[in-house]
Design a protein around this ligand. Structure first.
Ligand SMILES: CC(C)(COP(=O)(O)OP(=O)(O)OC[C@H]1O[C@@H](n2cnc3c(N)ncnc32)[C@H](O)[C@@H]1OP(=O)(O)O)[C@@H](O)C(=O)NCCC(=O)NCCS
Length: 169
């Protein structure tokens, strides 16, 4: 019997991937609540993610049939020095790539890299409702650290966020 193929190839992002990453994010900026941004950031924002030299920072993409269908990154949780060994993780897929294990494949690789870097704690902020993101974080071992009620306002309504945490060391 043939082996089941991986849902997508996971690899570090390159300059050439940044427009596709920006386009996936822009969809959520304009149509979703998973980000509280209301305007897509300039391409420089993604260049900054790609070129970060902070320990534990990564930008990965999922590629399927030659196209970038999703990405994940780790970055600073908060800028103060004592947060240095904590990273925030984030993951976004094109709509047609969801529900097929791509998010899990991206996060498995991101978490592997952060573990190797000695990252101590990973935090994710999930705007509610988002059963897919909650399930992904739970499946990857994150636990819920609580809900901030009505912390954001988008599309004319108040939105809660749930903080998820995963200790790696
Ligand atoms: C959230 C997101 C990244 C999940 O990625 P995905 O590839 O769809 O998730 P996977 O297929 O890898 O599934 C991971 C787990 O979540 C579960 N899951 C996925 N979508 C689900 C849904 N809509 N409802 C319930 N469970 C879901 C899967 O069953 C799987 O659980 P298991 O490992 O216990 O079987 C993706 O849906 C997405 O990009 N959503 C829009 C952007 C977003 O919300 N990003 C998160 C910001 S915090």
């Amino acid at each position: 019997m043939a082996a089941v193929p991986p849902p997508a190839a996971i690899r570090p992002a390159t300059d050439a991937d940044l427009p596709a990453i920006a386009a996936i994010y822009a969809e959520e900026v304009h149509h979703g609540i998973s980000t509280f941004a209301t305007e897509p950031p300039p391409l420089d924002y993604w260049v900054g993610r790609l070129t970060s030299t902070e320990t534990g920072d990564h930008l990965l993409v999922a590629e399927r049939d030659g196209a970038v269908v999703g990405y994940t990154f780790s970055g600073s949780y908060r800028p103060r020095a004592a947060y240095a060994r904590t990273r925030e993780s984030s993951v976004y897929l094109a709509a047609e790539a969801r529900g097929a294990g791509v998010g899990r494949a991206l996060y498995d690789e991101l978490l592997r890299l952060m573990r190797a870097d000695g990252v101590h704690l990973v935090v994710a902020v999930v705007a509610l409702p988002n059963p897919g993101s909650q399930a992904l974080h739970r499946a990857c071992g994150y636990t819920s650290a609580g809900v901030l009620h009505e912390v954001g306002h988008k599309f004319g309504r108040w939105i809660d966020t749930e903080l998820w945490q995963l200790r790696l060391t």
